[in-house]
Design a protein around this ligand. Structure first.
Ligand code: FRU
Length: 470
């Protein structure tokens, strides 16, 4: 007999009651993934298994706050048409009673298996973390197998977000951590069966590998190779902002270098921000069967102004980024929208001439390819503006709290932009993937995009078909 998690009736009731409101909200995405009720944060368990893509997500179906953390589950054959799958993990067992936190999915002898963090909090404000497993059952749900790694010695209770992969027949895991001197670290483990794990020590972090202080907690690590380069993605909380970088409440960054699976040693360079927009966090990648390294991120950031987003009135908050394809050039990570997304395009149009005379566009669901040198300003519904100067792109948006303008910058010479808009989000891909700026914005009804400036621009644009989760 299987037991129903105690929270299940409340979850079902919340979804039944709340669900009509998000789907009627004009800010709800037309083709991005978003929760049908409550709060969604990190992408989890991104994998292609038996020909289908699976994407799990941190989900509080009950309300728009970070209290209850379940794993929701979607699947898709083509990265465009997604369907709902049974909720995968609900907290409540002694090893995950305060949340089924982030993690990854693997194919273990044909069985879809989840590796996640069981979060356990104590009355004195401390916590511990268990790394846990769950295996898919015949009903599409997941049976928890309990904890396989307890809190490692030498770290606070902030140890989480296992990303597991197989190399030469052995399982490896990177794990986000905070050491007892409050430095953020990434730990490495190895196993032959996913059940019993041995530590290979710290693979990267603050005051390691040539980095100085680099934040107090590294969340959501992901380690993978593209060609000869090994990248470590992570979210180093507490990195000190400088004038133009690391301006979000929490950053998402990567290292590039060379990694030795037998010793766990990682020689790498400096940290680089992955995305220069207002909202991007906790990305996760997977290796598709065709060899592509695909990435999805959370188009949100914890803390900051997230709770002021107006969609909470419609009982939902946050969305994913589009699925992106990664490549490497000169030790830098490049990102472009997955090729599949081109199937959403219809009604192609072009314009070549002065930005001042460019047509006004409907902002709701549109993709724009734009070539220019500089001297162009693009206004999105008088709510967000992109200022294109010679040596930087500046994204301006008003604070939801104070109404004051805030800025994010991408530093470099831009010559080509690919912009994807979906009701309340915008993703700007710069110079064929050299940079990205991802942001949410909340326009009034009938949102328009306008161009200004003397510069000559070349525009090619398409409307995008809606493609909602079924
Ligand atoms: C990142 C994060 C993870 C954690 C999860 C909890 O946004 O804080 O470190 O596992 O969210 O929802």
């Amino acid at each position: 007999m299987t037991t129903t998690p105690a929270l299940m009736p409340a979850i079902l009731l919340a979804v039944m009651k709340n669900q009509p409101a998000p789907l009627k909200d004009r800010h709800y995405p037309g083709w991005h993934l978003a929760p049908v009720s409550g709060l969604m944060n990190d992408p989890n368990g991104f994998i292609q298994h038996n020909g289908r893509y699976h994407l799990f997500y941190q989900w509080n179906p009950l309300s728009c706050d970070h209290k209850v953390k379940c794993w929701g589950h979607w699947s898709s054959a083509d990265l465009l048409n997604w369907q709902h799958e049974p909720i995968a993990l609900v907290p409540g067992d002694e090893f995950d009673r305060d949340g089924c936190y982030s993690g990854s999915a693997v194919d273990n002898h044909g069985k879809l298996t989840l590796c996640y963090t069981g979060n356990v909090e104590f009355e004195d404000g401390t916590r511990t973390a268990w790394q846990c497993l769950a295996v898919q059952n015949d009903h599409g749900g997941f049976d928890k197998k309990g904890a396989v790694i307890p809190l490692p010695e030498g770290y606070t209770g902030h140890v989480r977000d296992p990303k597991v992969w197989k190399h030469n027949g052995i399982w490896y895991m990177v794990l986000g951590a905070q050491d007892l001197t409050l430095q953020g670290k990434v730990l490495l483990f190895r196993s032959s069966d996913l059940m019993s794990w041995g530590s290979l020590g710290e693979v990267a972090g603050g005051n390691l590998g040539g980095l100085g202080d680099a934040g107090y907690m590294w969340e959501c690590p992901d380690l993978f190779a593209i060609g000869n380069e090994t990248f470590l993605i992570c979210c180093p909380q507490g990195v000190v902002p400088d004038k133009k970088r690391y301006l979000n409440p929490h950053p998402s960054a990567y290292l590039a270098g060379s990694f030795d699976h037998s010793t766990g040693s990682y020689q790498h360079g400096e940290l680089h921000e992955i995305d220069a927009g207002f909202e991007f966090y906790a990305p996760q990648t997977t290796l598709a069967n065709d060899g592509r390294r695909l990435l999805v991120g959370w188009m949100g950031v914890p803390d900051g102004e997230e709770m002021l987003q107006p969609t909470t009135e419609a009982k939902w908050i946050h969305q994913m980024t589009c699925v992106r394809e990664l490549s490497a050039r000169d030790g830098r990570l490049y990102q472009l929208p997955a090729a599949e997304l081109q199937q959403l395009r219809f009604g192609e149009k072009m314009y070549h001439g002065s930005a001042d005379y460019a047509p006004t566009l409907d902002a709701r669901r549109i993709e724009i390819l734009l070539e220019a040198e500089s001297g162009v300003t693009i206004d999105f519904a008088e709510t967000l503006a992109l200022e294109w100067d010679k040596d930087e792109l500046r994204l301006a948006r008003r604070s939801l709290e104070t109404g004051e303008w805030q800025y994010r910058c991408w530093c470099g010479k831009a010559f080509k932009l690919q912009i994807l808009c979906d009701h309340s989000s915008i993703e700007i891909f710069i110079n064929d993937g050299e940079g990205v700026m991802s942001s949410r914005y909340f326009p009034r009804d009938r949102a328009r995009i306008t161009f200004a400036g003397h510069a000559s621009i070349k525009l090619q644009y398409w409307k995008l078909k809606p493609c909602r989760i079924k």
